[in-house]
Ligand binder design. Sequence first.
Ligand code: GTP
Length: 603
Amino acid sequence: IPVENIRNFSIIAHVDHGKSTLADRILEITGAIKKNVENKQVLDRLQVERERGITVKAQSASIIYNYKGTDYLLNLIDTPGHVDFSNEVSRSLAACQGVVLLVDANQGVQAQTVANFYLAFTQELAVIPVLNKIDLKNADPDGVAIQLQNLFGIDKKDVLKVSAKVGTGVAEVLHAVIERVPHPPANRLLPLQAILFDSWHDRFRGVFGLFYIANGKISVGDNIRWVNAQKEYQVKSLGVLTPEELPVSELAAGQVGFVTCNMRDRKDAIMGDTVVLTENPAEALPGLMKSKPMVFAGVYPLDQSQHPLLRSAIERLTLNDSAVSVIIDSSPALGQGWRLGFLGLLHLEVFSQRLEQEYGAHAILTTPNVTYKVVIKGSKNISALGGSELHISNPATFPDPNIITEMYEPIVKATIITPDTYLGSVLSLCMERRGQQETAVNIDNSRVLLKFTFPLSEIIVDFHDRLKSVSSGFASFDYEDAGYIPSNLVKIAILLNGIEVEELSSIVHSSRAVDLGKRMCHKLVEIVPRQQFQIAVQAKVGGKIIARDNIKPYRKDVTAKLYGGDVTRRMKLLKRQAEGKKKLRMIGNIALPRETFIEILKR
Ligand code: GTP
């Protein structure tokens, strides 16, 4: 197929606006898949994707479509819908010349619609606006078309209206793709340049790379070089996804396809890397933004005997999700474990769910936190990234406040879209979370788009849930990394009878300290098992106690109820109690069972 007859495009949409359903319909009408109920969302391959109904990993499908007597090769590149995965979205867009911007005609423009539109817009892609779900009786396509005009300057005569579920208007979407999306700017006579935008690992065939051939040609048997990875391989197989794998012997500029080359380690498949021929190498293409973990959490086995199982599960999962960062960590209470870094909270949830579903590994996940930066005395300026700027994602490593000269916390730029009836409660939630309002604009006569800056730490735990609940589910939210700002941070230490319990400390903004200290003390009083003496629970910042409480003494005698009675039963109980003690962590003379830590630390 000549380059002129190739179209590479993605569908971008807010979660649940029907992207996967539209992709399925497209595959059906092009004959790529048979029409049947089993086909529901073929591009969503992972079990968690099907269960949660969200796309996590991008997949692609190459289809042939005849339009006005000419065969076109359409490469539909799937993208994840959620905020946390916007890096995967921009990655996939690197292979595209156009996008279908899909908007639910019932819900209207949502926060991720805005974010996705700008991703496509800044990459200068052709945008085809499509309103979905017009079969619903509350659908308001004309109203939503006005929102698109107000927000993005989209002319309403360019807007298509479809029902992905019923199939209405789907063929017109393909016609618009052929007419409005330019063909790839590819030249087959130049030496090979291919850009890698996805990869996965197969137990038998090693690493698969999904790439877009920007220039030249590649054939099975060619010797290739992965420029950034600085590795050389021989091409073992090439193919396209239809979405089934279809082997081919050659891929030419403009096409999207996969390569295998006996690559064993997925770390060598660097997103955005350029693949060139070893003889006659072309220049590297500009790389892609690397995804950067923003949210960290400790992961520990429920029981240390499960440590090897959890380790191999984490290893295998990170092979398929290179955005997760892993470092080994340990805690006196929870034993050997890891500190994992995620793109955001949803990413963390998806990861832990996959850990359970795909590997049956039960793990304790601790409350997520962010990475702070501090500069300590006698050290260089923060701009001169020297060894003196500390990155702290584990509160236990927070330095003595007396030697700290500067502190910084990560912030994000957030977009919130809400019906104006909920504006008051949405604004007060944002204020509560130390949000700084940047703008507020009406996108039609009943909806407002707000731009806020938030400290990342304020939104990673439950912001999204709270936003949904204060707006009866109508407000939507999206955010992007916005660097660091100076901040006033403190470390809260928790003391039991005057002894610090390292794993319970946390780093917070100073305005949050008293509140959190009180809550921690309160919770400890509730869940720490009483002992034979009173325990003072204290929260301390620097030298100052900011909250305190007491755990009343209680004399626990497991045999107390067995007056006389059966001696062997009594021995059994005493033995069990002794065994239980082995799992205890001693804090001074206080014995804390592992379960107590799990209860406090887990999410
Ligand atoms: P992500 O993968 O998370 O981005 O979601 P998605 O955008 O792929 O949404 P999906 O295709 O899973 O559709 C979400 C829900 O909307 C499903 O319950 C679909 O059945 C429904 N849906 C999709 N298209 C239509 C439509 O045209 N009409 C109606 N009534 N429902 C639709």
